[in-house]
Design a protein around this ligand. Sequence first.
Ligand SMILES: Nc1ncnc2c1ncn2[C@@H]1O[C@H](COP(=O)(O)OP(=O)(O)OP(=O)(O)O)[C@@H](O)[C@H]1O
Length: 631
Amino acid sequence: MKRAQPSFLNAIENSVDRRRRPRPISRVNLESLLTRQSCMTLSQDPPLPSTGEMDEYTEENEQYEQDSGSSDVKDEETVKVCLRLRPNKKSAPGRMIFHVKDNTLIVRCQGENVSSSTKHYTFSNVFDDKVSQAEVFDSCIRPAIRPTLGEPGATFLTYGTSGSGKTYTLLGNEEQPGIVPRSIEQIYEELCDNISLEPSLKMESMKPIPLSDESVLDELRKLRVIKSRLQDTEESQIMLSEIIQSQHQFQPLEMGDKRVFIWISFVEIYNENVYDLLNVDGDFGKRKPMKVLSNDGNAYIKGLSTLYAGTKTDAYNLLQYGLQSATYGSTDVNSNSSRSHSIFTVTIITHSVSTQRISQSVYKFCDLAGSERMKKTGTMGDRLKEAQKINTSLLVLGRCLETVHKNQKAKKIHDLVPVRDSKLTMIVQSALLGKEPMTMIVNVYPLEEFYDETVNVLNFSSIAKQIIITKERKMVKAPHGTRYSFFLSQAITSPSVNSDKNQLLMEYESLKQENERLVAETEQKNAEIVCLQRKLAIQEFQLRNELTDNFQQHFVKMEESCEMRIRCAKEQAVILYKHQLATLEKMLKSKDQLIMEMEDEQEEYEKKLKDYEAELSKYQRQQSRNRRQSV
Ligand SMILES: Nc1ncnc2c1ncn2[C@@H]1O[C@H](COP(=O)(O)OP(=O)(O)OP(=O)(O)O)[C@@H](O)[C@H]1O
């Protein structure tokens, strides 16, 4: 029979069907698995009570077969998978009982009408609900942050259902800071005096670039903008620092002449779109999806804002600004933290002044979206799309881990790890391809109502836990130049594994059916879309015709109205001219009259003048006659 690949999305409760219930088997703990270069999840059934009722769990009931193993893989880096239980305030135990013993989580469950079963999940570390944030950091994160050793960096992921404590583990709160603020403290306290305050060296598209004076000023300007957009956070940052430093002893490292440059970026992946959370120059709160590119197995995001954090305060400010942008963005695209993945990246560039050697270590902190199944998140519209995208990226992450595990079992590069199938796996590909260590903290909220999800999460993490990534020196070069890890482990085949596989086969079938249903639904929706598109095209054509008619009618009316207005204006002008002409004619007539009257008067005066002249000459003649007579 063809064996199914393990699936983590659709677990079926194994107590439902006796045939699928795991068979009793001796348990192997994590240490032994690691030393035998393999690891597995074991299922175990306790002897069934004849009544079908479940016994109370007691440690004495358990029979462990400790495997001594050899220590021939001590120098190997592994994918670390740690489990953390969230405190459960609800006292009723329900049908699930969780018990932690060393590095194993023992889950005992009972159904109403079925017999009980017990499963054992081994991890690198198992933290019960009483573990402190400091303990989680010290055992899972602190040893992996070693920038001075020229290591490539590390990827840290928190995985689990919504509300299981992923963000709490990663960020924590003001009294209980999480692994990100603790890592910031560690980095800045250990590298302290060697950190350059001037952002003069940057990585761009995976290459070191010395920055010009203008670029340095621009980087400092961006930090000032970010600071101005944050509320006064200095006091709370100081308190956070004090809390962390009271719980850990960080010593400055001997760095010689090395100068250190620390750059930070922060992205969110929502609906398979990558958004920049530190974009200072764009509109605050408005986001554009970005492209993820790959260069020799290392991913980089085109145009991503990577800002300089020369001090601890800058790093805290950038973290806070990114979280603030995510909150603004969430109202913009209707996302929230549970439905998106976020990745906070700290890049440490080390420049040795004497040797001129430059190395970089990249630390990625990933808060993954809640791993709920679609049935629970609802299957309508945006929510369906969202759930599909979240599940796609987590499914691809699971597939990548499965492929790595398969290659590991086959002791050769059998299949390519499908890191390019989702944005999340593209971004964390260097960890998935074995170039750097990966630590996954699996968060579980041990509540009755999350039973199915919790089983899925545990199945998923069991796949991750079966992987051992060898150190760089054991890498082999693939023909096309991409580097892959050569995995040396060999899985232990046991009846319980077969039993698990049968169960997983059923889960796979059920997932397949769900997939088929969704494909059919998608096809139907596509047909509806085509039909709607046709209707839309017809409506558009009718609308265009109506619009053309309307425009024509409008133009005709406008022409008529213009003509009318011109006619009126003409008539008014004619009337005006007529009136003016008549007035002028009248004035002309009266002038003619006046001239005639004046001519008459002139004639009269001329006549009178002639008369006077005649009289004058008569008078003059009389006078001369008189003068002669007197003489
Ligand atoms: N170990 C813990 N100790 C105390 N409180 C915890 C612990 N883990 C989680 N919580 C609390 O549980 C609540 C939910 O946790 P958190 O927001 O971290 O869940 P989450 O998995 O990130 O959820 P989501 O996927 O919705 O973002 C928070 O109020 C947090 O303080």
